[in-house]
Design a protein around this ligand. Structure first.
Ligand code: TRP
Length: 386
């Protein structure tokens, strides 16, 4: 999650992996993480509830990438009663968008379409400015607008997507954020985020803004409108706090739907912006996409001969992981897995299939992205709700 900001606790972890909103380190044990955070696994009965109302289950859920939640079942039941709700997610605009960032947004769009609900999307230029000593505020805001193109390109209707650019739409957020701020003690925020005495006060205040958007639909609509937040599980600390203080503030508790992290092409747990070859950016051309995929780390053996003899390990393989995220049908994913294990599928061939799929996905995406260029303001929440 960008560069390590100043003033955060850098002492070595006791556990074998670390997950905070600022940092993902080590090989993540996702079940253990749930127990640490106190979120719940997404069970078959909750997935059945989703299927009942959505008519189908999105592959990202079916294939286990979204795997945990808080109150997802409550949102489904609330929907079943015909009551209003909204979707919410966001992005810290620290640079260009890579395909890993887009994964939760793809689910956001699907949920918005299937349930006919509005999606709030926060672009936290303030957060990235405060977090990165090298980043100017103007630069962060420019990235917010640039990243918004990737969100709009997913095909949201104008009245179904509300973009919140923190420094530009602050007049809507601020009244909610100060109420949030009054309920949060420094000791709670400090403990939740691992802040220290040298953390700047902007970062100390920032959580109130990420929490505020969870309540914004209720404010704007003037009736209880809980949000469902699809995002990566590292954002849980914000929404744990948001759930704790919702009722005292008169807002419904936000619900969440959590994903695992998108692996880097280098095989690390999470893609990182600091190594451009570890991720595929939405603006990469086909030559770059091909080069990055062909050079990716895999779960394969050092030689084709050994691969045929012993098979590969899809569980540690980013190439397989991207098939899980982007392949159109489940059968091809399962076949790749089995053939890899059996030594019948070699890495070069598997990479080519992935290259074709990603190149096709991004070819369409890039066109829609450019079309969005002059239309970002039309989606901005404060332009619409002025
Ligand atoms: N803090 C997030 C990041 O650094 C950005 C964000 C803001 C967000 N609101 C959110 C992420 C809601 C998920 C859900 O990327």
């Amino acid at each position: 999650m960008g560069t390590a900001g100043e003033g955060r606790d850098a002492s070595p972890p006791e556990e074998e992996f670390v997950v905070t909103p600022w940092e993902v380190r080590g090989r993540v044990d996702y079940e253990k993480l749930l127990r640490r955070f106190g979120a719940r696994p997404l069970t078959q009965s909750e997935i059945a509830l989703l299927e009942k109302y959505a008519g189908e289950v999105h592959p990202l859920i079916r294939r286990g990438f979204f795997y945990a939640h808080r109150d997802f079942d409550a949102i489904m039941r609330w929907h079943g009663e015909g009551r209003p709700w909204a979707l919410y997610t966001g992005r810290g605009p620290s640079g260009p968008v890579h395909i890993g960032h887009m994964v939760p947004w793809i689910l956001l769009k699907w949920l918005s379409d299937r349930f006919g609900v509005e999606a709030y999307f926060q672009l936290t230029d303030d957060e990235k400015f405060l977090d990165d000593p090298e980043m100017s505020l103007g630069e962060a805001t420019r990235w917010a607008y640039e990243n918004a193109l990737d969100v709009i390109a997913l095909g949201f209707a104008r009245d179904r997507l509300h973009l919140v650019v923190d420094t530009e739409d602050i007049q809507l957020l601020y009244p909610v954020a100060v109420r949030v701020a009054k309920k949060l003690t420094w000791s709670a925020v400090r403990a939740t985020f691992g802040f220290t005495d040298s953390t700047n006060v902007g970062l100390a205040f920032y959580p109130t803004l990420q929490i505020a958007v969870a309540y914004l639909p209720t404010e704007l609509r003037g009736e209880a409108t809980p949000v469902l937040i699809p995002c990566a599980i590292d954002q849980d600390p914000y929404f744990r706090l948001a759930r704790d203080i919702a009722e005292p503030l008169g807002y419904p508790k936000p619900a969440t739907l959590y994903s695992k992290f998108v692996m880097a092409l280098t095989g690390e747990s999470k893609m990182s912006a600091s190594n451009p070859d570890s991720a595929i950016y939405t603006t990469d051309d086909e030559i770059a996409i091909r080069r990055k995929i062909m050079n990716a780390f895999t779960g394969g053996r050092p030689t084709a001969e050994e691969q045929r003899k012993y098979g590969g390990n899809p569980d540690v393989c980013p190439v397989y992981h991207y098939h899980v995220l982007f392949a159109l049908d489940d059968a091809s994913v399962e076949r790749a897995r089995q053939d890899c294990r059996a030594g019948a599928l070699l890495c070069g061939e598997c990479k080519l299939v992935l290259y074709r799929r990603i190149a096709e996905f991004l070819r369409e995406h890039r066109k829609r992205r450019e079309k969005a260029r002059d239309r970002v303001d039309e989606y901005r929440v404060s332009v619409k709700f002025r």
